[in-house]
Write a protein of this length. Structure first.
Length: 289
């Protein structure tokens, strides 16, 4: 069993979190029965609760897709943007108001397909955003097309004979581009995922937490993965740590879900560097007057 990590406070009753951080008038949500997105949204709320973030100084940004509906359910300063552009909008917000905590909620297609370029350059800049990916391995909202994270050989409406593409490792891609914090959680490993999101928010720099969701309606049904319970049990039984993965060959790692903290380093955070530049230029201008 993978270590699920610790959180700094006791887990709250879900209804308490809903009435504190959500918009009950917009509930119940529209996600399909068994979808893991509600679990992940709750993990985000719990991490915010554990950290005691000020709601008025926290911004939730989303793009388009199943996951991106979360911004409408959460009662913060929220913005539901265009497809693939959540990180671009979030970058503008963070540059304009660096004191705000900016959290991006996005899907695997939203962030790694049409939004892939924004992902790699926000990571390269190491701008202080926390990106939580609701990764269900398929385009759920638009009918089950295969996405950049659909495993090779799996099926979708646009891959009726099986997907020929290798799937993106979103966390690995972001770290390779310059992100200073990269982690992976799952809908099953709730306590660990909460902890990873917390630490991503605490981290000064670009943080990405790629969370494996479950989509029984499209991905599960098209690939004969069983119902939501069966898909959650798969996550339980196939999850391994990075340390365990490092001891396995590439062939042995196939079919495993590597979770936990994957990479963490310290780089200069972009908004701090930007503010320092403004200050230096102001001082030089004053000295020359």
């Amino acid at each position: 069993m993978v270590n699920t990590g610790d959180v700094s406070r006791k887990t709250c009753n879900t209804s308490n979190l809903v009435y504190k951080y959500a918009r009950p008038e917009h509930l119940p949500h529209i996600w399909c029965p068994g979808c893991g997105n509600g679990i992940i949204m709750r993990d985000v709320m719990q991490a915010i609760e554990n950290l005691g973030l000020n709601r008025n100084k926290t911004v939730i940004v989303s793009g388009i897709g199943c996951s991106s509906r979360a911004a409408g359910y959460l009662d913060f300063n929220t913005i539901h943007t265009t497809h693939g552009r959540a990180i671009a909008f979030a970058t503008g917000i963070k540059l304009a108001r660096p004191e705000l905590e900016v959290i991006v909620l996005t899907g695997d297609g939203d962030v790694s397909a049409i939004g892939g370029n924004h992902l790699i350059h926000a990571a390269r800049r190491n701008i202080g955003l926390t990106v939580v990916v609701f990764n269900n391995s398929i385009y759920g909202m638009t009918g089950g097309q295969y996405s950049p994270t659909t495993p090779m050989g799996e099926y979708g409406t646009t891959a009726p004979y099986g997907n020929l593409d290798r799937s993106f490792d979103i966390a690995g891609l972001a770290f390779g581009a310059g992100a200073s914090y990269a982690a992976r959680g799952s809908a099953y490993h709730v306590q660990q995922t909460i902890s990873l999101i917390q630490e991503g928010i605490r981290h000064q720099g670009f943080s990405i937490i790629d969370v494996a969701s479950v989509c029984p309606t499209y991905y599960g049904r098209k690939n004969k993965k069983g119902d939501a319970v069966a898909m959650m049990k798969w996550q339980r039984d196939h999850a391994i740590t990075q340390e365990q993965a490092n001891k396995l060959s590439w062939e042995e790692r196939k079919g495993k879900l590597v979770i936990g903290l994957l990479h963490q380093v310290q780089y200069p955070e972009f908004t701090y560097e930007y503010e320092a530049l403004i200050q230096r230029l102001a001082e030089e201008r004053e000295a020359n007057e």
